[in-house]
Design a protein around this ligand. Structure first.
Ligand code: MG
Length: 393
């Protein structure tokens, strides 16, 4: 193997060990700005590390997922959610012999474009940007990795590989024109690695929103009585507790965690088995077959999918619409709206870097970029500085 770099060797290994329908780092469509390959990391390994080193990634720690982080140290934040998504995606990718590095890079980047205060922030910016090009968090994630991160002398953004960018995009733009502007082809189906990252996202928030919902006291175990998936999980937890020689009610916290673990395991196992079956049924034998597949290939069985919907409906009604969540959401909308209006009216109140950005991108888009990048507490402090008469500026 003399003369070969470690990266060459890693790429050889991918070719040998991965499934024929996996994305190989060597076959990547490359980066917008040509760069020499790294001597000992594949393109996707390098992308993953660029994402982790970004400013937007570090800010995820202080952004709300569903429950405002300052109310308890226990709840998931965008960062811990992202880590859970990436670990599920890696497990599934490995089980299907897909490119784990690619699935991980997409997962770690998938929520970079989220605003402060969870979906309330996204809704607020979406409304405020109506008539100015709109706002959508997946497209915002792309803006971050393509434009907003400033850490390289030669280019803006992180200059990520095509396949990672496409995975972040998630086919969310409205038209083929939009896709073309971003460099994508809407007619091609998503890579399996991108589909895995997407599936891992919804699987992760389902179980952790049940967990955090119970912990917060917004829902109780009795409330979950009508949700079959949760009853199944509790049954499995009780069996495990009995097998360990304990009574079911001896430690409710352990019981809840056993149930949550069962939920994750059940869904991941089903996801892997169902995807394998679809790959076989549709005779997917190459990467090209994936790109031209007629239906999504990564997914849950119809039975489990229906149960999962039932759980999601419960979460929607009982958790996401809970008055404590709604109160926070309305408050967040109000003060993000106030920040937005103020900056749009008086852009000279923006930090200098953003005054330049507004001059380049237009005032609405520039202000949306600034607000979307804020953490919860940064947004709160900005609000105080602008509107509370005796706050220091
Ligand atoms: Mg997510």
């Amino acid at each position: 193997m003399s003369g070969l770099s470690l990266r060459d060797e890693l790429e050889e290994r991918e070719k040998r060990d991965l499934a024929p329908y996996a994305v190989l780092a060597r076959s990547s469509r490359g980066r917008a700005f040509g760069e020499p390959e790294h001597p000992y990391r594949t393109a996707f390994q390098r992308d993953r590390e660029r994402v982790v080193a970004s400013t937007a990634f570090r800010r995820l720690e202080h952004k709300t997922q569903v429950f405002v982080a300052t109310e308890s140290d226990y709840y998931r934040t965008r960062l811990t959610h992202t880590i859970e998504v990436s670990q599920i995606a890696r497990t599934v990718a490995r089980a299907l012999r897909l490119n784990e590095d690619l699935a991980e890079a997409i997962s770690l980047a998938h929520d970079l474009g989220h605003t402060p205060f969870g979906h309330a922030g996204q809704e607020a910016l979406h409304d405020l940007m109506a008539g100015h090009g709109g706002f959508e968090h997946n497209l915002q994630s792309l803006r971050i990795v393509d434009l907003l991160e400033r850490r390289y002398a030669k280019f803006r953004g992180l200059n990520l590989s095509y396949e990672v960018r496409e995975g972040i995009w998630k086919r969310r733009s409205e038209s083929q024109d939009d896709a073309a502007r971003l460099g994508f082809d809407r007619k091609l189906a998503a890579t399996l690695e991108a589909q895995v990252a997407d599936a891992a996202d919804s699987l992760a928030y389902n179980h952790h929103d049940v967990d955090d919902g119970l912990k917060s006291g917004m829902i109780s175990e009795q409330d979950l009585g009508s949700v079959e998936l949760w009853q199944r999980a509790l049954g499995a937890a009780d069996e495990r507790i009995k097998a360990a020689g304990d009574k079911a009610d001896a430690n409710p916290r352990v019981r809840r965690r056993e149930a949550i673990r069962f939920l994750v395991d059940l869904q991941v196992t089903d996801l892997v088995a169902t995807t394998r079956r679809r790959l076989e049924e549709d005779r997917i034998a190459s990467f090209d077959d994936v790109r031209h597949a007629k239906r999504p290939l990564v997914g849950l069985s119809a039975e489990l999918d229906a149960r999962k919907h039932e759980l999601e409906e419960f979460l929607f009604k009982r958790v996401y619409r809970h008055y404590r969540v709604m109160r926070m959401a309305e408050k967040a909308k109000r003060f993000l709206g106030a920040l937005f209006e103020e900056y749009v009216k008086h852009p000279h109140e923006l930090p200098e870097e953003y005054q330049e950005w507004v001059a380049r991108e237009g005032v609405h888009r520039g202000v949306a970029d600034y607000i979307a990048g804020m953490t919860d507490r940064y947004a709160q402090r900005e609000y105080e500085k602008l509107f509370h008469p005796f706050e220091q500026t």
